[in-house]
Design a protein around this ligand. Structure first.
Ligand SMILES: C[S@@+](CC[C@H](N)C(=O)[O-])C[C@H]1O[C@@H](n2cnc3c(N)ncnc32)[C@H](O)[C@@H]1O
Length: 285
């Protein structure tokens, strides 16, 4: 029978041989935790690993060594201190996106009874993290992909959320009319350019193209959402976007052009402008 240490070393070796240099040890530990159902893995002690567990661990690591996302293999991932169910068909919550949550939490932490709309919800990580931090009376999540909606509903149930799901296209005017006037609209739309799509990291190729591609210049969703959704904000309501690297000038310009005030961007932990936010004064006519 194989010891924990032997199996661990074998798994690290499988990943290293396929060119995984960073984080191999952590990844193997997470797989051990998942398969063995233990929070902390101790290699020098602990119970025996059964043949079945060994086979499961090795098969997960072999799939991982082909570049398949670890998050899909584990079936869940952490975002803003919460666990979210994920799998093929839904975007894996990114740490970069925590910047958008931080910005919105800072702005609305003293507000009551917020109506929040999350466009392009995916797993629901943004909406559910905001619900936990803010006083929300109503939360509406809009998502087009049926597969993503499956995970969204699951996450809403797991976290006991009040979020309502609207399955459909954020560009559909009929759907938009069903959504209440919002205090804040948040959105992390698909924003990769055509060129980005040609140079995706192997892991990202397993994620849905519809969650990634934002048109030739990556800005299609910003153009449409600013124009179509500003009227769904209460007077003074906020619109907050996540953006891709280098998109801040164009997205800020768009929002200013459409009458938003106090438009500004915020950096992520790597110092990259990651978020644009502004307030809409309402229809002045
Ligand atoms: C970049 S992902 C963001 C997911 C999630 N909000 C997050 O931050 O992890 C964009 C999401 O928009 C969805 N989407 C793409 N086009 C859409 C559309 N026209 N209407 C509604 N949702 C759309 C995709 O299915 C995907 O879930």
């Amino acid at each position: 029978m194989v010891t924990r240490k032997e199996l661990y070393d074998k798994c690290v070796r499988i990943l290293s041989e396929k060119g995984f240099s960073e984080n191999c040890g952590n990844e193997v530990s997470w797989v051990f935790q998942d398969v063995l159902g233990e929070k902390n893995i101790c290699l020098s002690s602990g119970g025996v690993i059964s043949r079945e567990q060994e086979e499961k661990i090795v098969s997960v690591i072999e799939r991982r060594s082909e570049g398949y996302p670890l998050q899909y293999l584990l079936g869940e991932w952490e975002f803003y201190g919460m666990r979210f169910k994920v799998g093929e068909g839904v975007l894996i919550p990114r740490q970069d996106t925590e910047t958008l949550v931080d910005v919105v939490v800072n702005k609305y932490k003293n507000s009551d009874s917020l109506t929040l709309v999350d466009l392009c919800s995916g797993s629901g990580c943004i909406a559910l993290a905001l619900e936990k931090q803010l006083d929300c009376e109503r939360i509406c999540c809009v998502e087009k992909s049926e597969k993503a909606v499956g995970y969204l509903r699951e996450n809403i149930a797991v976290h006991g959320s009040i979020a309502e799901v609207f399955v459909g296209d954020v560009l559909d005017d009929g759907l938009r009319e069903k959504i209440p006037q919002a205090d804040v609209i948040v959105c992390n739309p698909p924003y990769l350019t055509r060129e980005d799509m040609e140079h995706l990291q192997r892991e990202v190729t397993f994620e849905p193209e519809t969650a990634l591609y934002g048109g030739d210049d990556g800005l299609d969703f910003y153009r449409e959402i600013v124009r179509r959704w500003k009227g769904r904000l209460k007077a003074g309501g906020g619109l907050a976007f996540e953006i891709g690297m280098g998109q801040e000038d164009e997205v800020m310009r768009l929002m200013i052009q459409h009458g938003f005030l106090n438009v500004r961007c915020r950096k992520d932990l790597c110092g990259i402008n990651r978020c644009v936010i502004g307030e809409y004064p309402g229809n002045t006519m």
